[in-house]
Design a protein around this ligand. Structure first.
Ligand SMILES: [Fe+2]
Length: 365
């Protein structure tokens, strides 16, 4: 069952607030004297399921809280729909600080194991925002989408923002085409930029990890074309830099992507070298400070020039999730004046020593 607690995803300069509605109801969010309705083409939604309402970051950040309102529907009819009472639930909201240090935790590669994923995150302690970096579950049916939502709801309580990146395993299963109803998108796509306080980020999506015609996929994969779209998007972001990574107040820049595409790969996975090198070159022009990835089920930090790289990168690459030997691990990150510090933690409560990444911040705070 989906948690009743909303999840506040950061997309662009908005938040997309996702919440599960169990029985027929209208929904809206109140922030101060502003009301944001859950509508489709001017018509209030009322069907049970996952819903989301988009609100401007500036409005919610300034207000420090929001109220989720659900008005039950006795029966939705063509004439004289009967409504019932309205339930209002108030949530505090803590925006990522615009200056100074910001802490986040990155989960990923849960592959269905919520309990150990939560344990690894809780070993890190408090954080300002969460990154959910893919492979939380396969898309066999829509109940498989509960895990990512519920992990984010449990860790952030609707009070702190979340960044979501799709993994390759979310592409697997009969319900994969329904996933977009349950995750944040921008212009219908799983790649987008976001802003959190002084942090600017870009989420990328490699799709699957082998060639589209690999027999394992049985014909569903069209990810080469999707990656080409992303290349064009990266070029657009570069052209719009004054509103993106060079916008006023941006002090740190990160990439969030499930697949560690610049790393050396076994032959079966060694695809798209030219296209992915283009991504690296465009990200270098965006002066990103760190690339946060998952997918390998093991922990590794690669700096530019590392022999384990197959592509040239300009910033450290963190492979920051683990799933092996009955342990799940994730990575805490601090984006501060002295650079980016990371700290790997595992579900048995182990907290590894912090590691400060080179290079330090490219922009003085
Ligand atoms: Fe993966």
């Amino acid at each position: 069952m989906f948690s009743k607690i909303p999840v506040v995803y950061a997309v662009g300069t908005d938040y997309q607030i996702f919440f599960a509605v169990r029985r027929s109801a209208y929904a809206w969010i109140k922030i101060g004297d502003r009301v944001f309705d859950d509508t489709v083409c001017g018509n209030m939604r009322s069907m049970p399921g996952m819903r989301h309402i988009t609100v401007p970051q500036a409005v919610l950040d300034a207000a420090g809280g929001y109220t989720l309102c659900l008005q039950r529907i006795r029966e939705r009819k063509s004439y004289w729909t009967q409504t019932l009472g309205t339930q209002e639930t108030r949530y505090r909201f803590f925006p990522v600080p615009a200056s100074g240090a910001a802490r986040c935790y990155m989960v990923g590669d849960a592959h269905g194991d919520a309990d150990r994923t939560l344990a690894a995150a809780k070993a890190y302690g408090d954080f300002d925002f969460l990154i959910v970096n893919g492979d939380m579950n396969e898309s066999v049916n829509t109940s498989r989408f509960e895990l990512a939502h519920n992990v984010a709801a449990e860790l952030c309580r609707g009070e702190r923002p979340v960044v979501y990146a799709r993994g390759n395993h979310e592409n697997r299963g009969a319900a994969t085409e329904l996933l977009p109803q349950y995750i944040p998108l921008r212009n219908g796509r799983t790649y987008y930029t976001f802003r959190l306080g002084g942090l600017w980020g870009i989420v990328l999506d490699c799709g699957e990890d082998k060639e589209d015609d690999h027999p394992e996929y049985g014909g569903y994969a069209r990810f080469h074309a999707y990656r080409q779209e992303e290349t064009a998007y990266l070029r657009r972001v570069l052209r719009q830099k004054a509103h993106e990574f060079d916008a006023p107040g941006v002090t740190r820049r990160i990439v969030v992507v499930h697949t560690q595409f610049p790393r050396r790969q076994d032959p079966e996975f060694d695809t798209e070298r030219s296209l992915y090198q283009t991504w690296c070159d465009l990200l270098e022009k965006m002066r990103v400070d760190v690339m946060l990835t998952a997918h390998m089920h093991s922990y590794q930090v690669l700096r530019p020039g590392d022999p384990d790289l197959r592509l040239q990168i300009s910033c450290p690459l963190v492979i920051g999730t683990a799933n092996n030997r009955n342990q799940i691990g994730g990575t805490g990150c601090t984006f501060g004046p002295d650079g980016v510090t990371i700290q790997f933690t595992t579900s048995d409560g182990t907290v590894f020593p912090p590691e400060t990444l080179w290079p330090p911040l490219r922009t003085k705070i």
